[in-house]
Design a binder for this molecule. Structure first.
Ligand code: FAD
Length: 301
């Protein structure tokens, strides 16, 4: 049962997996191998990201269609409202809905020119993710997740402004927030206290990054406004030429982070899989979760 999932056997541990749509045939093969390998962990849902600048609807739609057709995994489509009119966004949403999607991860998105470029709402579009959530709710009663930023969004003047936006998204009908990745659980706990003090009651699910490559992650993290604590440099020091040892450390780091959050009362986790299974499975094994059933064969509950 799901109760087996909790390391201490108290509450169930909920997990979700995030994938990105493949950009080549090789990456497509990699993704489906990964999905097959991870389906047996019976995630609460899996999600597929939506291309930056709204430019790559097709690969997300193709991936989501196949997940719905070939697996029993509850599937969420990420959707953004950047650089698009309300009608265009609604049209994209309707294509997802026609494919069987009932779950969305609703995001503002970043301008096509890339993360860090100044965002300007489309004149005929949704101004932010809160308006997008409301727009989706106008179409139907979907399960909608939104973003949250424990270290604040890079464009945001301060954490209070960020939490205000989170409140607007929750008030518009978001069911939960999935966070940007972070490595300092104290930072998350302080953030969560402020979120609750602001009257936001929806679950705030930590986004857990699995470290495939610390050097690459540092570059990416600086764009996202996520910090990389020095303890990670120490943990990975001297392992550049030892992929196996590096993978062990990466699994330890993520499992330790999750175990510590569980001790602080958190029960649900969103895993950034980077479309690779071994590290994800290593972490879940360390947490004492059991693989049960096979979502591909329809055995999953
Ligand atoms: P919002 O919730 O609308 O805003 C986020 C914060 O930024 C707000 O709190 C606000 O304080 C601040 N802010 C917003 N607009 C402005 C402004 N104009 N001026 C000043 N401050 C402002 N991106 C993709 O393209 N595709 C994806 O699939 C995708 N998936 C994601 C999944 C998760 C779990 C997360 C955390 C992020 C994801 N992103 C994705 C990235 C996201 O689109 C960017 O972080 C984007 O910059 C903000 O989108 P949002 O929905 O968080 O914005």
């Amino acid at each position: 049962t799901r109760d087996d999932r909790h390391p201490q056997g108290k509450k169930r541990l909920g997990i979700s997996f995030e994938f990105f749509p493949p950009k080549s045939e090789e990456m497509e093969g990699q993704l489906w191998t990964t999905i097959e390998a991870l389906a047996g962990w019976n995630p609460d849902f899996v999600s597929v990201t939506y291309g930056a600048g709204g430019s790559t609807k097709a690969p997300t739609l193709t991936t989501v269609r196949r997940l719905i057709a070939d697996t029993t995994l509850p599937t969420a489509a990420h959707i953004t409202c950047v650089d698009a009119t309300r009608e265009e966004v609604r049209h994209v949403a309707e294509e997802f809905i026609a494919a069987g999607v009932r779950r969305f991860v609703a995001l503002r998105g970043d301008p096509q020119s890339g993360v860090g470029a100044a965002y300007a709402p489309h004149p005929g579009g949704f101004a932010n993710a809160a308006e997008l959530v409301a727009g989706l709710r106008d179409i139907g009663d979907f399960d909608i997740s939104v973003s949250a930023y424990p270290e604040k969004h890079p464009e945001s003047p301060d954490v209070a402004a960020d939490i205000d936006m989170l409140k607007r998204k929750a008030d518009a009908g978001a069911a939960r927030a999935l966070t940007q990745f972070f490595f300092d659980n104290d930072v998350f706990e302080r953030y969560l206290e402020r979120v609750r003090a602001a009257g936001v009651t929806i679950p705030v699910v930590p986004g857990i990054m699995l470290i495939q490559n610390l050097t690459q992650l540092k570059r990416f993290a600086s764009l996202c406004g996520a910090s990389i604590p020095t303890f990670l440099d120490e943990r990975f020091a001297g392992l550049d030429d030892q992929p196996q040892a590096r993978a062990e450390v990466a699994a330890d780091v993520a499992a330790e982070q999750i175990e510590d959050l569980v001790r602080r009362g958190i029960t649900d986790f969103h895993l950034y899989t980077m479309n690779r299974a071994p590290l994800v499975s290593a972490v879940l094994q360390r947490l004492g979760l059991e693989r049960s059933g096979d979502a591909r064969s329809g055995a999953a509950a």
